[in-house]
Design a protein around this ligand. Structure first.
Ligand SMILES: Nc1ncnc2c1ncn2[C@@H]1O[C@H](COP(=O)(O)OP(=O)(O)OP(=O)(O)O)[C@@H](O)[C@H]1O
Ligand SMILES: [Mg+2]
Length: 255
């Protein structure tokens, strides 16, 4: 057994031991809910295989140790979209979301919500052609609109792209292409616009809490302008696309 690294987050300590990940909750009382969310994700996502051979999975709960607040789960293969951001990888995150949503679509057109669908929770392994998603949010399994998770990811992708000096339009567009390729439902622009502005407000609130006043203003003003501009122009391209077309092809920078 070899321990690779320990990642500290606000709510947990993550240790990777070979192919197992141990998540120790800082507050051990949170372990049962955390385990429940992972189980719910597992039951919602039937391992899906795409027509081009890619597989869409999630981290699987192996064991919960209530006394120590530790969860044992399978390790996601590959690296997260946050660690390596590219259009083809963003496209795969979109394909994963489409598989997850379509697998649980109800007769009234609603889909299961993931809840915290950000680039740090989507692992992509180009070698074994697998996408594995970790750490569902508190909303996991509730039924909602397609745009809830799409908007959250899109907003995070714009932010990550700007930080990493990547092209936010290309990355955002590739993700949306993944979501809308060969699926039943299409994206509603108005609903997506609402989710995007809610997410922008949450990001700004978080920065205001975290940063000193001067830096918060310095960060928020350009972010608000750029994010609005990027997301508005992305939404504009949606109005000219066949939203449920399955003829859209994958971006070329495959890795
Ligand atoms: N099953 C897993 N496979 C591979 N890496 C993992 C796994 N679970 C967690 N990690 C790594 O640990 C990081 C934090 O994990 P996770 O998101 O579950 O914890 P968290 O406490 O919710 O942290 P955050 O608040 O940053 O989201 C992930 O971004 C990922 O790099
Ligand atoms: Mg997390």
């Amino acid at each position: 057994m070899k321990s690779h690294q320990t990642i500290k987050s606000r709510t947990s300590f993550i240790t990777v031991v070979d192919d197992v990940v141990i998540k120790k909750m800082r507050d051990i009382e949170n372990a049962p809910d955390e385990a429940e969310r992972l189980k719910r994700l597992g039951s919602l996502l039937k391992e899906e295989r795409d027509t081009d051979g890619w597989r869409y999975n999630c981290a699987k709960l192996l064991k919960v140790e209530l006394a120590t607040g530790r969860l044992f789960m399978t390790r996601a293969s590959g690296i997260s979209l946050a660690q390596e951001l590219s259009a083809s990888r963003a496209y795969r995150a979109g394909r994963w979301l489409a598989a997850f949503q379509e697998g649980g679509r109800t007769s009234d057109g609603r889909v299961p919500v993931f809840g915290d669908f950000g680039p740090n929770h989507v692992f992509i392994d180009g070698t074994s052609k697998a996408v594995t998603v970790i750490d569902p949010g508190v909303e996991i399994g509730t039924r909602g609109s397609i745009e809830t998770d799409v908007g959250y990811m899109l907003s995070s992708l714009v932010l990550y792209s700007l930080r990493r000096r990547r092209n936010p339009w290309r990355i955002g567009r590739a993700f949306v292409d993944g979501v809308i390729t060969s699926r039943a439902g299409s994206i509603r622009r108005q609903r997506l616009r609402e989710v995007l502005s809610d997410t922008r407000r949450q990001t700004e609130r978080r920065w205001k809490r975290k940063l000193p006043y001067g830096s918060a203003v310095f960060a928020i003003v350009p972010y608000r302008i750029i994010d609005r501009f990027v997301t508005a122009s992305l939404l504009w391209t949606l109005s000219f696309s066949e939203l449920s077309s399955d003829e859209r092809s994958m971006p070329t920078d495959v890795n």
